[in-house]
Design a protein around this ligand. Sequence first.
Ligand SMILES: Cc1cc2nc3c(=O)[nH]c(=O)nc-3n(C[C@H](O)[C@H](O)[C@H](O)COP(=O)(O)OP(=O)(O)OC[C@H]3O[C@@H](n4cnc5c(N)ncnc54)[C@H](O)[C@@H]3O)c2cc1C
Length: 415
Amino acid sequence: MKNENYDIVIIGGGPAGIASAYAAKKHFNHVLIIERKDCLGGILEQCIHDGFGISRYNEELSGPEYARKEIAKLDNIDVALNANVYAITKDDELIKLSYYAPDGVHHIVAQKLIIATGCRERSAKEITILGTNPSGVYTAGEAQYYINIMGKLPGKRVVILGSGDIGLIMARRLTLEGAKVIGVYEIKNCPSGLERNIVQCLKDYDIPLHLSTTISSVKGRKKLTSVTTVKVDENMKHIEGSEEEIECDALIISAGLIPVNDMMKKLGLKMSPRTKGPIVDEHYMSSVPNVYCVGNALHVHNLVDDVSYTGERAATFAKDNLKERELIDVTFDEHISYVVPEVFDIKNIPPLVDFALRVKEEMKNITLKIYADEEVIFQRKYVKLLPPEMLLVKAKIKDDMKMKKIHLAIEKEDK
Ligand SMILES: Cc1cc2nc3c(=O)[nH]c(=O)nc-3n(C[C@H](O)[C@H](O)[C@H](O)COP(=O)(O)OP(=O)(O)OC[C@H]3O[C@@H](n4cnc5c(N)ncnc54)[C@H](O)[C@@H]3O)c2cc1C
């Protein structure tokens, strides 16, 4: 049994945790990353397609290449691999956590904590599909692991439910490996994934995307033999008579990602019903002082570059010992589905504030404005915004600026 003291501990060794660690090392002596898998890199290890690091490195890297570049920045940082946190508490000052690893049980006391545990996929059990319980039903991430890490094909005739980015990427990957992807079926009337993935992963390979369509049931005693698709109306109700049975041996579900929040719940962090992650202020600090949250554990990001950025920012903020906080709610108009940060600490306003947001529906020729009381602190025009595209904007704050209200508005050009 080992008792250890750290200035800052980071749970999760994906890109968010790695960036948190090397940024923290500039300000703290003793930094520890706790990762439950046997290597650092997080989900990137199985993402062998390119498209990572465009803004950070000005290159189109594969996931593992991006991870290698980030891991190379870690210097003199303790890393616990195959490590599982089984207890975590916080008293007035300190965070106490215990984990077991191959070399035994460790009890840690830390001044600060960054949660960077990533997100998980919505599983088949979380979606209502009637019928039998055959093998051959995978989440898109499972199918990706199967092909890219284990070198196995999950099926030869494949149906994809949900048009999330991982599902789209898998449609292309399966096609390149010789499988027939019959189609992608999306219950909403617009795709969930990025436009570039619709083009590069579906259109370029003639894979049909069926909007306003879902899968109502699956068949197969041991192994999946077919699925039944059905069209839905504007209230997402099944349209009787539109059913179609499709023979297939694999169903891949790509129906959304949710922050991994078990550590947050153990620590009693206030959670956001909108993002399913914790509520943080502009320092990425949660409702529990000195506990921060970054990357996909905070809310689901599109780009790894943005994920790494949040890690660096939170670790840099963590060096400050802030005055007692005074939190106000960040408000936004009806076109926006969520904004992070959801609260704003008006006693400790930094010179640069990050706002991440998504719109509810497609919007064209609009201006995003951020108001501090009546003053506009940020404004930018956009030709087009889509719900799948997360926007990360940075607002400069004047020295000693005081405010009682922060509001984000989307204004149409004809206003
Ligand atoms: C299929 C796919 C394709 C993508 N394509 C692109 C792309 O083309 N371009 C791009 O920029 N981005 C892309 N992304 C997004 C990018 O990969 C993710 O945004 C990024 O990896 C998220 O980083 P993270 O550190 O927040 O989470 P993760 O990478 O998920 O890392 C979280 C880590 O925390 C660990 N962990 C979780 N819980 C615990 C615990 N209790 N104790 C210890 N460790 C724990 C996990 O094991 C994991 O290693 C893609 C993502 C996926 C899934």
